[in-house]
Every structure is written in C-alpha cells, then in structure tokens.
Ligand binder design. Structure first.
Ligand code: NAI
Length: 698
C-alpha cells in the first residue's frame, strides 16, 4: 500500500493509495517518487497523471506520522514537490473528493491541475496551530490571487472545486471534469504533452494592487479574531512574503515559521486536542471491530429540559424519536420547546424550513410505554431521584424488546444501582448529556460494571452519528466532569472566604481563558443544583468541607439568572452580570464569622488553585480507572466545561507547566490554614509522574 503505477498508452498514471484518505506517509511518498522517476525514464511516456485511489486525492500528511522522524524522512513532501517541479515531462494532478493540506500542496507542485466537481479543497493547517509547511502559503496566492488564498489559509475550511474555478483569473484548475475524471485527465495530459516551457506555479507572480494597506487590514482583522492563537497572524505574514519576496526566500520564511509554530504551546495543545478527540473513541478492552446494535428508532422518557434537547440531536441525525411523559401537558410543553428552538434556527437562516418540517415529522409522543416498546434504544431523562428512576427502569425491563439499549441521563446517581432494577444490566448504560443538550458537544458515556461491550461500542458510534464528542467514564459520583468541577467549586468558595469577590475570581479565570468563571457559571446553571448536592454530601461524605457562602446565597433565594439574582444582580431579561453590594456584604459577614482576616489574593493563586484542583482530582480519576487516559479528561473539559482550547485541557496544561512545578504549587496551597490540606496532597499518580519527570499525556 502506497502508490501504484499504471500505463494508459503513452501517459503514466501514478495513484496515491493509502486508505482512508491517501495520507502522505513515508511508504506512499517513496513509491510515489519511484513512480515519477520511472515515468521520466521511460521514453514511451509523454506525460504523467497523478491521482488518488478510493475516497480522496489526498488528505495531506499521514497523521500517524505526525511529529515523528518518519514525517521528515526522504523523500519528504518538500522534496517530492521539487521532483515534480523539476520534471521534464508535464505532470497533471487529477484531484477529486478530498484535496487538503499536503495533498493540495503536492498538486500545486504539478504543472496542471484538473478537478472533479465537488472536490473539497483546503489548507487546514491553521486548525492545528500551524501554517502550511510545504509551499502552500507561497503557491496558493500565485494561482488563486492573494485575497482568496489568504482567506482559505487563515480559515482552513474546505471550499468546493467548482467554486474556486469561478475565481476570476484563477490558475488553480485548468479544467473541471464532469464524468470520468481519470479518462478526462489522461486526455488532457495528452493534449498538453508537447507544450514547452512547462508552466510552474513557482514562476507565477502573487500580486496585490495595494499590498501594504491590504496586509495591515488583514493582520488587524485576524488578530482580533484569533486572540490567543499565533498561527492565523503568521498565515498573513507568510502570504505577504509570497507577494514581497522571491519564491525561494518565501519558501524559507514559510519553513522557519512552520517550525517555530510547531514548538508553541498553542500548537501542541491543538494537536493534542485533535488526537485526543480520535483517541476518545478507542476503548482499551473494546476492539474496534466489535459489532454494534442497530439503532433505527429511539424512545426518550421525560420531555423536560434535557429530554427535549436530547431528542433534537436524534431528529437532526434523521433518527425517529418517541417522547414519553406522564401528562399530556408535559408532552405539549416539550414539543413546543423543540419547535421554538428549531424556529429560532429557521429565523436566523441556519435551518431550512423543509428540513425543520422533515425533522418534526420524525417526532412522535406517547403517554403509554407500549408506544416505545419497539424502540431500539431508550434514553431516560426524568427527575433526578432514585425512586423515580427505579420505577422507570422496572417498567422498561418489562416492556422493551430484548436487546434494546436502556440508557439513563442521570448526572449524579449510581448507574449500577439503576441497572440492578432490571434483569438485563448488560443493556444498561449512562448517556450523560450536557445542557443545552442540543448544543453542547460533550457526551459522557457511563460504563456500568455490567454494561456489555457491544452496548458501549453502539453508544460510542451513535455519539459520533449525532456529532458529539463521546468520552467513556466509569461509575463514580459526578463521573469525570462533575467530580472534578466539585473540587474547583470548593476552591472558588474558599477563595471568597479568604478575601476575594466573585467578580475577582471570575475575572482571573476568564483571563486564563475559561469561557465563564465559576460564579457566572453558577448563576447560569442555577445555584440551587450545587446546594442540593452539598446537602446530600453532608450525610454521605462528612470529610468534605465546603465554604458555606454558597448556602447563605441560596438561603436568600438567589439561585441565579432564573431568579434574577445570584452571585451577581441581573437586569430583567438581560444576562449581564452586575456586581452585587449585597453579596459582597454577605461574603464579608461570613468571613468575619469564620474569623478570617481578608488578604489580597493574586490572579496567579486564583488560577493555580482552581486549575490544579481539577488536575489533582483528574489524577485520582485516572488512578481509579474512571477515565482510561488523561486525554479523555482533557476532552471532557475542552468540550463540556469551556476550558481554553489553546491550553489543551487541564491535564495537558499541567504537563506543559511541568508536573514537578504542579506538585510544588500544591504543597504551597496545602500550607494555607484556610484551605483543605488533605485535598492538596498530590494524588499518588501525580507524585509518581512528577518524581520520574514524566507527563500525564504521553
Ligand atoms: P426536568 O425537570 O426539566 O425534566 C424532567 C421531566 O421528566 C419532566 O418533564 C417530568 O414531567 C418528566 N418525568 C418525571 N417523572 C417521569 C416519569 N416517571 N415518567 C415520565 N416522565 C417523567 O429535568 P432535566 O433537567 O431535564 O433533568 C432530567 C435528567 O437529566 C436528570 O436525571 C438530571 O439529573 C439529568 N441532567 C440534567 C442536566 C441539566 O443541566 N438540567 C444536565 C445533565 C443531566
């Protein structure tokens, strides 16, 4: 597997062949290069066509080689492109389906390019914190014009070939070929076989009528958009080099910039997130070829906040759903909310009217369990009370067809106990969606002690189908995400007791990059939720100490945005958090009652305590086997809790800081008499990795 060689009369066809997307790995590059040599050496060959087998021309670099020496082993991509540039016979790239990254750069090394309509063309490197590194920033502006090329390079999104063929004066595609691409490409190659000199992209000029003003404008726009990522601004610089420098100098600039970006923490974080997302679907003891159960029909129990959002995910994916409730009014309310959400999307132009109607046609409702008995899977989203869940699962066990998957959306209850209410615990699993369930990417898939492997594999595949990032968690209180956030919230409370205001804490962690600080978050989610959990905790875990400020707040009825007041004040109908003098006074009073003299707390300490509380609990979660790898924890935080993407998740961030330094910070926090010294003992796994100079993520 690599690349194949075939003669079509006097035209040699070299086909990239490295499924799934013809990644340009070492073997592929070597065989491709050998094919080019062979064609040039054969006097019977008058021209070359290069194309890709199967479902792509080429998706670019082979991600399996990323960061390894193999990626640079000769012939590397730059050498391969030079070989094409120097070819004495015309080379035609026949691109189709997917032509991205290094694949597009390879095609730009060819003398001519023909494309099938519908080809997705992109230089997506910026999404991994990089700029294209094999000439893309120098060649694309030469064939598409500076502005179109820069737009593509800065955004990284695919553009269709026929759209690019419309760009005035473009030289990217010599022809769009309807019908048989290879046949058309070979005929085209024959028609240009005698043309000399051979047109090379490097010999074209990238020009702009007003380059200084344009690049200044572009840089300002990109800086405002990209904020914490260095790569987009570097895309502008590199494209500017294509206009202002000679081709070879521009190539050197691109290379140096690419290599410098590769070493930035932002690039490392983005690459980590990219691989972590893929790794999340791999479960150590569940082989990838585990057969999955067919899920063609779904039941959802409870049409409340979560039930409605969950239902929308499946309607969006074309899977029919029947919602079940206790009362018709609840069903009507649930359906009305779904309609309202879709209608808002239609109004904004994000959803076509007929799509909306198609989706609604997939929705039905029932008050009777017989109405869902033939569903392939049912997701329960009723009140968070064990007694209610028990009734529901006992009924499901009676009515559902054999082999149906029984899922619970519980956020805090013991899934194994829920499974024990049935005679088929192997079919029971947790699907913990996040609110709003139709928007949030994260899906924690909770694996019970008895959950069957094929049930797990099915739900993971289903997660992908409904476009979620599915991460497996074992059973424990709070699963991965909420178990960690509890420690983070505890620290936030202690910080108030010791001298901070809610605003100061929120600002510090938002400056670090969190989408929302803990107190604004609490006001959004409802402070009463944490209150209920703390009340329960008092009886379950007497060893867990909390600041009582949050309880005082709830006793005042300040539950957050829904009551118009929480940690902050809110103007009617608005979501802007306004600092509250009353809350500050309440905190001060409580502080006095505790006998704590307030001190000035630095942003660094606030961020350290909040983030490292996640890290230490994350390490314990790994030790307990609740998460099978550190990157799963990072995915949970990136997709469900607003952790800044450019920091790669809490475990990746700790790795970047150095685990030795993390442990040292924890020792300092443990010495604070108002904090929880026992909590700050580094988890044994963390201590061990730090002592061995290792990291959580390999
Ligand atoms: P909700 O109170 O908005 O909705 C619950 C719905 O279930 C109500 O419409 C109720 O009429 C219905 N229901 C109650 N008992 C029923 C029964 N025996 N049969 C049929 N329907 C019944 O609650 P929400 O927020 O949607 O929560 C549902 C579940 O999702 C809970 O387990 C909760 O812990 C979990 N969850 C909630 C999140 C949130 O942010 N709200 C996030 C993640 C999980």
């Amino acid at each position: 597997m690599g690349a194949s060689y075939q003669l079509r009369g006097d035209v040699a066809v070299i086909t990239l062949d490295n499924p799934p997307v013809n990644g340009l790995g070492f073997d592929t590059r070597r065989e491709f290069s050998a094919g080019v040599d062979r064609a040039l050496a054969d006097p019977a060959v008058v021209a070359l066509v290069v194309t890709g087998a199967g479902k792509a021309f080429s998706g670019g670099a082979d991600i399996k080689e990323f960061g390894s020496p193999k990626a640079l082993a000769e012939p590397n991509l730059l050498s391969l492109i030079r070989q094409l540039d120097d070819s004495t016979k015309p080379v035609v790239a026949a691109v189709h389906s997917v032509c991205m990254g290094g694949g597009l750069e390879l095609s730009l090394g060819c003398h001519y390019r023909v494309a099938a309509p519908g080809t997705n063309v992109a230089l997506p490197e910026v999404k991994l914190g990089l700029i294209p590194g094999a000439g893309g920033t120098q060649r694309l502006p030469r064939v598409l014009g500076v502005e179109t090329a820069l737009n593509m390079i800065v955004k990284g999104d695919p553009v269709k070939s026929e759209q690019l063929a419309q760009v005035p004066g473009q030289k990217l595609f010599d022809r769009i070929i309807e019908g048989d691409l290879l046949e058309g490409a070979v005929a085209f190659a024959r028609s240009v076989a005698a043309q000399r000199p051979l047109p090379r992209v490097r010999d074209l000029k990238a020009t702009h009528p007003n380059p200084d003003a344009y690049f200044e404008f572009a840089r300002n726009t990109v800086k405002a958009m990209a904020k914490n990522f260095p790569a987009p601004a570097k895309c502008v610089d590199a494209v500017e080099a294509s206009v202002k420098r000679r081709f070879d100098d521009g190539m050197v600039y691109e290379r140096e910039t690419f290599l410098a970006l590769m070493l930035t923490p932002e690039c490392k974080a983005l690459r980590h997130a990219f691989f972590a997302e893929r790794a999340a679907s791999k479960i150590p003891d569940v082989p990838e070829d585990t057969p999955v159960r067919k899920i063609a029909k779904l039941g959802v129990i409870g049409a409340g906040t979560m039930g409605g959002g969950i239902t929308m995910n499946f309607l969006n994916a074309g899977i029919p759903v029947t919602m079940l409730e206790m009362k018709q009014e609840a069903l009507d309310r649930g359906v009305a909310t779904i309609r309202k959400n879709y209608e808002a999307q239609v109004k904004k132009g994000k959803l076509k009217q007929e799509k909306y109607e198609e989706r609604m046609a997939l929705l039905s409702t029932t008050l009777d369990y017989n109405g869902i008995a033939d569903a392939d899977m049912v997701i329960e989203a009723v009140f968070e009370e064990m007694g209610v869940k028990e009734k529901v699962f006992r009924t499901l066990d009676e009515v559902m067809k054999p082999g149906a998957i029984l899922a619970s959306n519980t956020s805090t209850l013991d899934l194994d106990k829920i499974a024990s209410f049935t005679k088929r615990p192997q079919d029971v699993i947790g699907t913990h969606f996040f609110s709003p369930a139709n928007v949030m990417k994260l899906l924690e898939v909770v694996r019970g002690a008895k959950t069957a492997k094929d049930v797990l594999a099915t739900v993971m595949a289903l997660g992908k189908k409904i476009k979620k990032t599915a991460v497996v968690s074992g059973v424990c209180d709070g699963f991965i995400g909420n178990r960690m956030i509890e420690q983070y919230s505890r620290q936030a409370g202690f910080l108030l007791d010791e001298g901070c205001t809610p605003q100061q804490v929120d600002k510090a962690i938002e400056k670090f990059g969190f989408a929302m600080g803990p107190f604004r978050m609490g006001d959004l989610a409802g402070n009463d939720i944490g209150w209920a959990i703390r009340k329960r905790r008092k009886s379950e875990r007497a060893d867990m100490r909390y600041s009582e400020t949050a309880d005082r707040l709830c006793e005042l009825g300040r539950f957050g945005q829904k009551t118009g007041a929480g940690w902050y004040d809110y103007a009617a109908g608005k979501r802007d958090a306004i600092p509250s003098a009353l809350v500050v006074e309440m905190i001060e009073k409580h502080r006095e009652a505790l006998g704590i003299a307030p001190r000035k707390i630095s942003d660094e300490e606030i961020v350290g305590r909040l983030v490292y509380s996640l890290v230490n609990e994350g390490a314990r979660i790994l030790e307990d086997g609740i998460a099978s790898k550190a990157s799963d924890i990072d995915m949970v935080y990136l997709t469900g809790y607003g952790f800044p993407l450019w920091r790669g998740g809490p475990m990746c961030y700790a790795d970047t800081q150095g685990l030795f330094n993390v442990v040292q910070a924890m020792k300092r926090f443990a010495a604070n008499p108002h904090d929880d010294a026992a909590f700050w003992q580094p988890a044994p796994l963390l201590a061990k990795l730090a002592a061995e100079s290792k990291t959580f993520n390999p």
